[in-house]
Ligand binder design. Structure first.
Ligand SMILES: [Fe+2]
Length: 376
């Protein structure tokens, strides 16, 4: 069969799948989906507040500010109030909260012109890393599955500072009409508590219009490919779809920026032995490299970057194809089960747990924080 015919057939199959996904995505019923309470005691994370068709959700949190975004059914102003534990209230009309106190947990409330309200929390970054900061990590998630909802509910219960996602945010592809079904509804409760800093994966870049919608929705710099974001003393360095020779200079410059107490690298496809960025990662300091792509959890020790924790967390709820999820030769731990990685970062150590959707801890490890001051 000519290669061109095969390519045309593959494109047709993809198109049919996308049309089907878009049509299925039209079910705007809202409300908690079956399986949403898979985690005992989890909040009704997927319940959609009246008046809002998306979110509200956080896209940025810094030491003194935060950005909330949303979509409303009836166009009109939305006022946001954030209340500190001492009762001090900050107000914003554009969703940009400013002048917040560092390392403080705020309760926020958003109110539409017609009086519909939604609530959540946010925690500003500390100026220095004096106690551990909790992050949750998963990728390969945007698939409107019960497992994705369970991962979101588990993440929300863990009260993370940030959600780090490792690509493949929307299945089968990213398209503007699929993002609510695949991302914002299943993860509503989690994204109302912490912003998602992530990268694009293979499924997100099939259609430029879909990629643009995804990247804009989360305010990811650099097209979700190469960027650096800070959360106080944490530096998140994104390398996008895969790490290659073209990333070497960018990564070296990012890791040379002064200030961060801990640096975490995000890249969709797990870097393998021989990858040109490995010497840069090894020179670091890098606390961890987080990836997805494989629909499994792996903790690897990669030749070329010894001692750098390499975690594959493609466990966000997209269906795993057992035939297509082989264990990597350098994996120390391999788990095929939806779940998320919990990172407690610093000041001297990075502690890791992988927790599956049943709440079971399937892996546990800890490393001295690269670049942290030596001592007890
Ligand atoms: Fe994937």
């Amino acid at each position: 069969v000519p290669r061109r015919t095969l390519a045309a057939a593959a494109a047709l199959v993809l198109l049919v799948a996308v049309v089907a996904a878009v049509l299925l995505g039209r079910d705007d019923g809202g409300g908690p989906a079956p399986g949403a309470a898979a985690v005992p005691g989890a909040p009704a994370a997927t319940e959609r507040p009246a008046g809002f068709t998306r979110g509200p959700y956080l896209t940025r949190v810094t030491t003194t500010g935060a950005r909330l975004r949303w979509r409303v059914g009836v166009p009109g102003p939305v006022s946001v109030e954030a209340t500190a534990p001492d009762g001090r209230v900050h107000r914003a009309r554009d969703g940009l909260l400013r002048g917040l106190a560092p390392d403080t947990r705020y309760r926020w409330r958003a109110r539409t012109a017609s009086g519909d309200t939604a609530t959540g929390t946010l925690t500003t970054a500390p100026r220095r890393l004096t106690r551990p900061l909790r992050l949750v990590v998963f990728g390969d998630y945007g698939a409107d599955t019960d497992d994705e909802r369970a991962v979101g509910a588990l993440g929300a219960r863990l009260s993370p500072r940030l959600v780090l996602t490792t690509g493949d945010n929307s299945y089968l592809v990213a398209l503007p009409g699929l993002l609510d079904r695949n991302i914002f509804r299943p993860l509503r409760g989690l994204l109302a508590r912490a912003p998602n800093y992530g990268v694009v994966g293979d499924h997100d870049i099939v259609f430029p219009v879909g990629r643009r919608a995804l990247v804009r929705a989360f305010d990811w710099p650099g097209g979700g490919e190469r960027y650096v974001l800070r959360y106080g003393p944490l530096q998140i360095v994104a390398l996008g779809l895969r790490a290659d020779r073209a990333d070497v200079g960018f990564l070296r410059r990012a890791l040379a920026q002064p200030g961060p107490a801990a640096r975490i690298v995000l890249v969709h496809q797990p870097p393998k032995a021989g990858n040109p960025v490995l010497p840069v990662l090894a020179a670091g300091p890098v606390a961890a490299v987080l990836s997805g792509h494989l629909h499994a959890y792996e903790r690897r020790e990669v030749a070329g970057a010894p001692g750098v924790p390499m975690l594959t967390v493609g466990t966000g709820g997209a269906r795993a194809n057992p035939g297509a999820t082989p264990r990597s030769p350098d994996a120390r731990v391999f788990v095929v089960r939806s779940g998320l990685a919990v990172l407690d970062v610093g000041p001297r150590r990075l502690r890791l747990r992988f927790v599956d959707v049943a709440g079971r801890v399937r892996d546990r490890a800890s490393w001295p924080l690269a670049g942290a001051p030596a001592g007890p």
